[in-house]
Design a protein around this ligand. Structure first.
Ligand code: PLP
Length: 414
C-alpha cells in the first residue's frame, strides 16, 4: 500500500509568495484600473547581459554541430566553470583553501539548499536564524526533521531568533540548544542585514567546537558594499572544516530563469558518521548528485562562465549598482517617513516597520489598498518578523521611484 508523505500535510496551507500573489490577484480583480507596483518581488527586472546572450548563442551553435555537440556533462559541472569560480570568487579574493574540486555547479541555490539534507544523518537537529528564507525550514519539515508545528515554530528545529532588539543580528545558540546544522544567510533575506567579520568568526568557532555543520547561503554576496564585511564564510580560518557555502547567479546576472549557481563542499570538511568513522561530505555530495541529478546544461554553464570575463564583471557591477540605487531610494524614503528601517545598504532588501500597531498582513493590505504597492509581509519569514514588511530593489528604477512617491502618500501608517 502506498502511503503519502505525511509531512506535506503539516506544512502551512500556502507558501508565502503564493499567498501574496493570490491577494494581489484579488485586489486587481476588484480594482482593474489600478496599476500595482510589485515591490515584493524577489525576481529581477534587468535582462541578461550581452556577454551572456552571446555566450549562449555560441554554445547553442556548438550544440548544433556533431563535432562540438555535448550530451550528458559531468554531474559536478564542467571544469571550465568550476575553475573560473574557484579562481575568481575564492583564490583571487585571498582564499587559497578552495579549489575546483570543492565546487559543484547547480541549477540554482534553492535546489541545493533543500537537497543538502540528503547528506544529513537521521537524528540531526537543524537550527535556523529567523526571520528566514522559508526553504531552510520547509525542506527540513518535508524530510521529516521538523517534528510537530507549535505556535508557528517546529518542535524538531531550533529557532535562533534575530529580532529588532539586536538589529536583527543573531546570537549563538544558548547552552542546551542543539544546533547540529546551522543555516546562516548573509547578506540576509529578508532583513538585508550583514554579519561583520568578528560575528562570523564566532559562528565558525561555535561550529568547530560543537561539531556543527554551517550551511552558509551567500546568494547576495555581490551586494555587499561596506568594506570589511566578509563575502564568503571561508574568509574565516577554519570554516573550510565546518561550512558549506551556497551561491547563485540569479540576482547578480539575471539568471532567475536561466537557473545556475554553485555549492562549495570543501574536501577538508571534518565530520563523522554515527559509528565514528570519517565522513567525506565532498564525496557524499558528489555521490548524491550522481544519483539524483544529471548536471546543468552546457549552454547555461557557458553562459555562467561568461560572467567571469571582464565584460561579465562589468555587467554584474552595473546590475548590482542599479538595484542598490533602488534599495537606497526605498531606504531613504522610509526613513524620511519615520519608519524603522534596516537593510538596503549591503543587500537589495529593505526591511521596515512603520510607527504603527498593525501586524504584517494588515500593513501589506494598507500598502496594497492605499498605494497599490505590493510588499512581502515580514511574518511570512517567521513570527519575529510580524509588524515588518520587506520591499526589494529589484523592480525598475522608474517603478521604484513611483512606489516611493506613493509611499509618501499613505499618511495613515506613516
Ligand atoms: N537563497 C536566498 C536567500 C534567496 O533569497 C534565494 C532566492 O530568492 C535563493 C537562495 C534561491 O536562488 P536561486 O534562484 O539560485 O535558486
Amino acid at each position: 500500500m502506498f502511503i503519502a508523505n505525511q509531512n506535506f500535510s503539516r506544512l502551512p496551507e500556502s507558501y508565502l509568495f503564493s499567498e501574496v500573489a493570490r491577494r494581489i490577484r484579488e485586489f486587481k480583480g476588484a480594482n482593474p484600473e489600478s496599476e500595482v507596483i510589485r515591490m515584493d518581488i524577489g525576481d529581477v527586472s534587468l535582462p541578461l547581459p550581452e556577454c551572456v546572450v552571446e555566450a549562449m548563442r555560441r554554445a547553442a551553435a556548438e550544440m548544433g554541430e556533431s563535432a562540438t555537440f555535448h550530451g550528458y556533462g559531468p554531474e559536478q559541472g564542467y571544469d571550465f566553470l568550476r575553475e573560473a569560480v574557484a579562481r575568481t570568487d575564492y583564490n583571487d579574493r585571498g582564499i587559497p583553501t578552495i579549489s575546483p574540486d570543492d565546487i559543484f555547479i547547480s541549477d540554482g541555490a534553492k535546489s541545493d539548499l533543500a537537497n543538502l539534507g540528503d547528506i544529513f544523518g537521521t537524528d540531526v537537529r537543524p537550527a535556523v536564524v529567523t526571520p528566514a528564507y522559508p526553504v531552510y525550514i520547509d525542506s527540513n519539515v518535508l524530510a521529516g526533521r521538523g517534528g510537530m508545528p507549535e505556535n508557528g515554530l517546529w518542535s524538531g528545529i531550533s529557532f535562533l531568533t534575530a529580532g529588532p532588539e539586536s538589529g536583527f543580528l543573531p546570537s549563538l545558540p544558548a547552552d542546551g540548544v542543539r544546533a547540529d546544522v546551522i543555516y546562516l544567510c548573509y547578506p540576509n533575506n529578508p532583513t538585508g542585514t550583514v554579519l561583520p567579520a568578528e560575528e562570523l568568526r564566532k559562528w565558525v568557532e561555535y561550529a568547530l567546537a560543537h561539531k556543527s555543520l554551517i550551511i552558509y547561503d551567500s546568494a547576495y554576496e555581490a551586494y555587499i558594499t561596506t568594506p570589511g564585511i566578509p563575502h564568503s564564510i571561508y574568509e574565516v580560518p577554519g570554516a573550510e572544516k565546518c561550512a558549506i557555502e551556497v551561491r547563485s547567479f540569479s540576482k547578480t546576472a539575471g539568471f532567475t530563469g536561466v537557473r545556475c549557481g554553485y555549492t562549495v563542499v570543501p574536501r577538508s570538511l571534518d565530520f563523522t558518521f554515527a559509528d565514528g568513522t570519517k565522513a567525506d561530505l565532498n564525496r557524499m555530495w558528489c555521490r548524491r548528485q550522481c544519483t539524483k541529478f544529471n548536471g546543468v546544461g552546457y549552454v547555461v554553464q557557458r553562459a555562467a562562465e561568461s560572467l567571469y570575463s571582464p565584460e561579465g564583471r562589468k555587467a554584474i557591477s552595473r546590475n548590482v549598482a542599479y538595484y542598490m540605487k533602488n534599495a537606497a531610494l526605498l531606504r531613504s524614503t522610509l526613513l524620511g517617513l519615520g519608519a524603522e528601517v534596516v537593510g538596503g545598504v549591503d543587500a537589495p532588501y529593505v526591511w521596515f516597520r512603520p510607527q504603527s500597531d498593525l501586524d504584517s498582513w494588515q500593513l501589506f493590505e494598507r500598502l496594497l489598498h492605499r498605494g497599490a504597492i505590493s510588499s512581502t509581509p515580514g511574518v511570512g519569514f517567521g513570527k519575529v518578523g510580524d509588524g515588518w514588511l520587506r520591499l526589494t530593489g529589484f523592480n525598475t528604477d522608474a517603478l521604484t521611484a513611483e512606489a516611493c512617491s506613493r509611499l509618501s502618500g499613505i499618511s495613515d501608517i506613516f
